[in-house]
Design a binder for this molecule. Structure first.
Ligand SMILES: Cc1ncc(COP(=O)(O)O)c(C=O)c1O
Length: 385
């Protein structure tokens, strides 16, 4: 390892990303990579995007910070685009973790109850509250007692719904579990979950931090289903890389977050809002339809190219949020590094899963090439075992 003055919270690959353009990333040696990561689901519109650069640069020259003590027309503009005409209101913060933290606090305050139901293999963040509702025991180790009134149930399991009672303040769920293994919620189950929450007077929080902002072909993944969440959280792709988070809640919850009930110094700052406003302008129906078509193309090629490879156990996910589940004898880390050699950037997720989150602006030809390179690398890896 190189000499470092950083906490070793990340195992870093031994190269640095210096620049990006479209879906191409360049490292410090000049080597270029096809990006299938978007950061980690952040730069959904790719890199060095003219409209975003212009919007942020214009705002930079005007003002880059104001406190939340003054009116903010950019926050209003972004909020209006996020609520899509529904009777909802928005709180801006700086990350997915913060958005979930706000959601948990709001649910508790609005209902006067404290219990939260979450799911195994979920990921909602690393702060004390959001980690408490994260269904991964390994990343909780060593931190002592977290929030105690959280229950975890199996995902995509109808029996889990029986655990939802009037005692709960909220259920928090990802429509597609990302870090936990790229598992798509099944339509019937998600809709039954929504119904169960309504029947029991329990708030439904949908975490769209990874699955939102067009990733599955809708602005939010829950919009594929008959679901009506009380609270939705967003971050990652919302400002294409400028830190931002948002909690969107039904208007009837607004009084629980009255002045002084919650807050943030940086949340909703003009730079992030200028970027988010532009991102949401770009994510129109035509753009989302194109994502759906590209996703169909990519799934077609992946299913065809990987079908006969013994090391591929299955594919999972939704839209351009895809997991390739590898047999245990081929560690996903080796595959990621072999793909680096071939000039392709990919990610991992729980369960020896190769995770693909390409920028949504990627062209069909790049997706076909990506599928072929993944096939080649998996074939070579099998030979070298
Ligand atoms: C579904 C989900 N929720 C929350 C988070 C946490 O977001 P952040 O890292 O912006 O705090 C993530 C990050 O990966 C996520 O995927």
């Amino acid at each position: 390892m190189n000499m470092t003055t950083l906490f070793p919270t990340y195992n870093r690959f031994p190269f640095e990303i210096i620049s990006g353009s479209g879906v191409t990333i360049t490292d410090q040696t000049g080597k270029q990579y096809l990006d299938l990561t978007s950061g980690i689901g952040v730069c959904n519109l790719g890199y060095n995007v003219k409209q975003l650069n212009e919007a942020v640069t214009a705002q930079l020259g005007q003002i880059w910070h104001t406190s939340n003590l003054y009116e903010n027309h950019l926050q209003e503009a972004v909020a209006e685009k996020l609520v899509q005409g529904e009777d909802k209101v928005v709180f801006f913060c700086n990350s997915g973790t913060e958005a979930n933290e706000a959601a948990l606090k709001l649910a508790r305050k609005a209902t006067g109850k404290t219990k939260i139901l979450s799911f195994n293999h979920s990921f909602h963040g690393r702060s004390t509250g959001s980690l408490s509702v994260t269904g991964n025991e390994q990343i909780k180790e060593g931190f002592g007692e977290l929030l105690s009134d959280v229950t975890f149930m199996p995902y995509n399991d109808f029996q889990s719904l029986q655990a939802i009672t009037e005692d709960y303040a909220a259920v928090i769920v990802e429509v597609v579990q990302g870090e936990g293994g790229m598992t798509a919620g099944e339509a019937d189950w998600l809709e039954a979950l929504d119904t169960e929450c309504k029947d029991k007077g329990v708030l439904l929080i949908i975490d769209e931090v990874q699955s939102g902002m067009g990733r599955t072909g809708k602005l939010f993944a829950y919009q594929h289903y008959a679901m009506d969440p009380d609270i939705v959280t967003s971050a990652k792709g919302l400002a294409n890389g400028i830190p931002v988070g948002a909690m969107i809640g039904k208007k009837e919850l607004a009084s629980a977050f009255s002045a002084g009930a919650h807050g943030t110094t940086f949340g909703g700052n003009p730079l992030a809002m200028a970027a988010a406003n532009q991102v949401l302008t770009i994510l129109d129906d035509e753009f989302l339809e194109a994502v759906t078509q590209k996703a169909a193309l990519f799934w077609y090629y992946l299913e065809k190219d990987l079908a006969n490879l013994a090391v591929v156990e299955s594919l999972s996910g939704k839209g351009l949020m895809i997991g390739i589940h590898l047999a245990p004898e081929l560690p996903v880390g080796n595959v990621i590094q072999a793909l680096h050699q071939e000039g392709v950037l990919t990610l991992s997720a729980h369960g020896n899963t190769l995770r693909l989150l390409p920028p949504l602006v990627i062209k069909g030809a790049d997706l076909i090439e990506a599928s072929q390179k993944i096939k080649q690398v998996l074939q070579m890896s099998m030979v070298h075992q």
